[in-house]
Write a new protein. Structure first.
Lengths: 160, 751
């Protein structure tokens, strides 16, 4: 079957790719677009390792068809840092050892950024529910939650 | 070298692999692609138990785009009557696990594999392979598998003279239990069950393999040991180890489950037959159906004590699942569950039981949580019967240095009591607990302890000084949770240089000497020990170079703060030579500076942990929530405290999942019914509280930095600690895990 042509924006850059009608956005990112920072843990929308944003909205890219990207703005982990300047969440995750194996980390960071955009001053409970769609098997979540809370506080301070 | 004035050891430095991991650049094995690469897919048995009478691959071979098909005929066979061990794995079972031979032993057991131009074509080809199965009756649960009329998986296996599904036994014994129980004032005997649980690593198994025209093989895969990948692939394909380069990709979690292989030898044979590189990636469904969970268990523990709390005798029997092929971790429950206590009379017996489930694999303290759930629950009941604080009961009976451990050796340092005392003194244990905060809600508090052997073993570490005077360290261990960070702290400390000047990488099987698995809480212990030896050798070389430049004896040179200095006034007066200066002169003064040290490390004394937990039970809905959790453990020395705490916190939360929500559900045909992360319910962020990790740093005298293994012990106590807390809340004991809502409501209706 003929491939479908898709024009979209990924991390601020216009891109085009070809995909099958049945391809997921995750497959398009990891395949033709070569953006392997977005991970596949389950393929059923249960683990959040493939989290991206579409027009600012948090999505599991495994649950989105690649053709649905047409005309939209996709953001992935590869676009989170500005050049060599890490996003405050990325920096705080490093400082606070909020990752171990690192496979869930791209998805957790995308989710956490999305959470803080909507709610810059979350409680611990709000962070825990905000990240409930991102499985992490290594950390027990403790350091992740602390890193998100601390980043939120620093970002609020910086914005004052 | 170990004290609190250390500049780098004990600091929360930024890990060398960190920036790549937070930006998505770290390369895990599914991220690797090769030119001309094919996709490999596995055809799996649709039956839980079936004899394979024949496999016809002709229709699949005829499908356009199919390049190779592999069946058991392509994998080296190890006959069932002769054991060939690699570590704890028997290749007789490994060869049958990667590709079913005589029989398919579980639903999802690999039967054939295809390499094709795309995943879709490979999957379509799998559907065209015709397998002639003779479907056999299957058996899933332990209690059914040990019945006299149970379907037998391995007819050649005999137990007590008869064909049986009991494929192994283990007995540990000391004293005379019968006589011991006669001295007891109180005896408690209870039976328990635990369900199999998956390690739950988020990264599915995968590999990318190239078999080149000259017979040389390159494997990128995610594993807990590139040397294990090389050795097992060599044994299962017949390719010599010297022709296999196993490159450790970043590993997305393992917890023991990646100490064995599934795909690599299959991909190698597909690549060999097709002449093309082959990539294989499991789906989550395949991971849940066909890769090793930790076993389920059935156990009975009987403990007798005097009125003052002195335990006089203990007897334990454990039935532990192996899955479809032998290899259950009997030494976990049999050896661990009672070893932290000084008990004069003990009989601990384990039976390994095969049934039609996927072959079990190691999972964090393999078998330890099963045994501790039983033993630590019974201890809680003994304490209650005697009116003793459960921590005091444990302190009274804790093993001491010089005691002979149940599993053989005589204990050197024993720091069990310190972990119990740490919990006893912790504000959590003393905090008031509102037992009935709302109607229909009850709260309780529980404690339990845990023990794990820990391990040393083989490690290799290279330390090389770069031409510009910085440091590159290569170890042979996949870094599963921050070991590079710990090693860079150690080497920076010893060399006296800024942490940022030390870079640590993981070598592949052709660039670093043999290094055993990342597992058993051994890597930081062993690799820090070998990194120390390697760095000290390099410091010796640096002192020799300085001595040569100054024309004095090497013994007259000392190394301090990253510089060579005359050791004293008698040595002469010379300005210090820095690492950078010595590196710049390296070639004229004797050549490159660097070395590799390879050791079989020893001295990994056991790990001990004691936990306290508060739970809340919704008695109408049967939902149990963990409200507060504190885990104390002797870690020896925390080289990088952040990653040590992380081991404890992660292990505890895995234990919470084991206790409360995780289990496999099988349908009547012996097929896993919940092979997704939606239905196999691991703890999510909103399920758990902060986990307070209390690190006791009592240096291990047998290690240069005092390190003690950390990773396994934290998963041992939670099962019993939570069950004991639930008892405290409800006045009802739970002897079966998980304590999930339907089971809790059912139990609440029982007396």
């Amino acid at each position: 079957m003929a491939k479908i042509h898709v024009s979209t924006t990924v991390n601020g850059e216009p891109v085009e790719f070809l995909c099958d009608a049945s391809s997921s956005m995750l497959d398009a990112l990891r395949g033709p677009l070569g953006l392997t920072g977005t991970k596949e843990g389950c393929g059923t929308g249960d683990c959040g390792a493939c989290s991206i944003t579409v027009d600012g909205r948090l999505m599991c890219s495994c649950l989105m068809l690649a053709v649905e990207a047409e005309g939209h703005e996709i953001a992935t982990i590869e676009g989170m840092a500005q050049g060599d300047k890490l996003h405050p969440l990325q920096q705080k995750f490093l400082e606070m050892a909020a990752l171990q194996c690192g496979i869930c980390t791209p998805g957790v960071l995308i989710s956490a950024r999305s959470l803080l955009e909507k709610n810059p001053d979350p409680t611990e409970e709000e962070v825990r529910f905000g990240l409930a769609g991102n499985l992490c098997r290594c950390t027990g979540y403790d350091k992740i939650v602390r890193a998100v809370l601390e980043t939120a506080a620093e970002m609020r301070e910086a914005a004052r | 070298m170990n004290d609190m004035t250390n500049k780098w050891i004990g600091q929360r430095t930024i890990r060398p692999d960190g920036a790549d991991k937070v930006t998505g650049r770290a390369q895990y094995s599914a991220d690797v692609n090769m030119p001309g690469m094919m996709w490999g897919k596995v055809l799996r048995s649709p039956h839980a138990h079936a004899r394979i009478r024949g496999i016809d691959t002709s229709k699949a071979e005829a499908l356009p785009g199919v390049k190779a098909i592999v069946t058991a005929k392509d994998i080296v066979e190890f006959p069932v009557d002769k054991s060939v061990m690699l570590g704890i794995q028997d290749m007789r079972w490994m060869c049958r696990n990667v590709m079913a031979r005589e029989k398919a032993l579980f639903h999802g057991h690999p039967v054939a594999a295809v390499a094709a131009i795309s995943e879709e074509v490979a999957a379509a080809a799998c559907a065209l392979i015709e397998v002639d199965y003779e479907v056999l009756p299957h058996v899933i649960e332990i209690e059914d598998a040990i019945k006299p009329d149970a379907p037998i998986l391995h007819e050649w296996n005999k137990h007590e003279g008869k064909s049986s599904n009991i494929t192994g036994t283990m007995v540990l014994k000391t004293g005379d239990v019968e006589a011991g129980f006669k001295d007891a004032d109180v005896i408690v005997e209870r039976s328990f069950t635990t369900r199999p649980v998956h390690q739950g690593y988020i990264e599915p198994h995968s590999c990318t393999v190239s078999y080149a025209a000259d017979g040389r093989v390159t494997i990128w895969s995610s594993s807990q040991g590139q040397f294990m990948v090389r050795a097992m692939t060599s044994l299962l394909t017949g390719i010599p180890q010297s022709n296999i380069r196993a490159i450790p990709a970043e590993i997305g979690g393992g917890f023991g489950g990646k100490t064995i292989i599934y795909l690599e030898p299959v991909a190698v044979m597909l690549s060999k037959k097709s002449g093309r590189p082959v990539k294989m990636v499991m789906t989550r469904d395949e991971v849940q159906r066909a890769t090793g969970p930790a076993p389920g268990s059935m156990s009975t523990v009987k403990i007798g004590a005097k009125k003052d709390g002195t335990i006089v005798a203990a007897q334990a029997t454990f039935y532990v699942q192996a899955g479809g092929l032998p290899g259950a971790p009997l030494r976990g429950p049999v050896g661990c569950s009672l070893s932290a206590y000084a008990i004069p009379n003990v009989l601990s017996v384990g039976y390994e039981v095969v049934s039609n489930r996927s072959k079990v694999a190691a999972y964090r303290a393999p078998g330890g949580p099963h045994g501790a759930f039983a033993a630590e629950s019974v201890l809680d009941e003994i304490a209650e019967k005697l009116g003793l604080d459960p921590l005091d009961l444990r302190i009274r009976n804790s093993a001491k240095p010089g005691d002979k451990a149940l599993y053989g050796p005589t204990f050197g340092q024993v720091t069990f009591k310190e972990t119990i005392e740490a919990i006893k003194a912790h504000p959590h244990y003393k905090a008031p607990l509102d037992r009935n905060p709302r109607p229909g809600v009850k709260r309780g508090r529980g404690v339990a302890s845990g023990f794990w052997y820990n391990a040393g073993g083989e490690s290799s570490v290279q330390v090389n000084i770069t031409e510009d005077g910085n440091v590159v360290v290569t170890t042979g261990h996949p870094d599963i949770g921050g070991s590079r960070a710990s090693i860079s702290n150690v080497v920076a400390e010893l060399l006296g240089v800024e942490h940022s000047r030390v870079n640590v990488i993981i070598g592949d099987t052709m660039t670093i000497g043999f290094s055993n698995l990342t597992g058993g809480s051994r890597v930081t212990f062993a690799s820090a020990m070998v990194a120390t030896a390697s760095t000290e050798k390099v410091i010796g070389q640096l002192k020799e170079r300085a001595a040569k430049i100054w024309n004095i004896d090497a013994e007259a040179v000392k190394w301090e703060d990253g510089m060579a200095l005359p050791a004293g006034d008698n040595a002469g007066k010379f300005p210090p030579l820095s690492l950078k200066e010595l590196a710049a002169k390296a070639n004229e003064m004797g050549g490159p500076i660097g070395t590799q040290v390879q050791l079989n490390t020893t001295g990994a004394d056991p790990g001990f942990a004691t936990h306290v937990v508060d739970v809340e039970v919704d008695v109408d809905l049967g939902i149990i929530r963990v409200l507060r959790y504190t885990a104390a453990q002797d870690v020896g020395r925390a080289l990088h405290p952040g990653y040590v705490e992380g081991q404890i916190q992660g292990g505890v939360v895995q234990g919470i999942g084991w206790a409360l929500s995780e289990e496999y559900l099988y349908d009547k045909n012996g097929k896993v019914d919940n092979a997704t992360f939606l239905d196999y319910r691991m703890p999510v962020c909103s399920d758990v509280p902060m986990i307070d990790a209390v690190m006791l740093e009592i240096p291990n005298p047998k290690h240069p930095q005092g390190v003690r293994g950390v990773g396994e012990a934290p998963i041992v106590p939670p099962l019993a600690a939570i069950a004991n807390a639930v008892y405290d809340a409800l006045g009802k004991r739970f002897s079966a895990l998980p304590m999930s809502p339907p089971r809790v409501t059912e139990r609440l209706e029982q007396p």
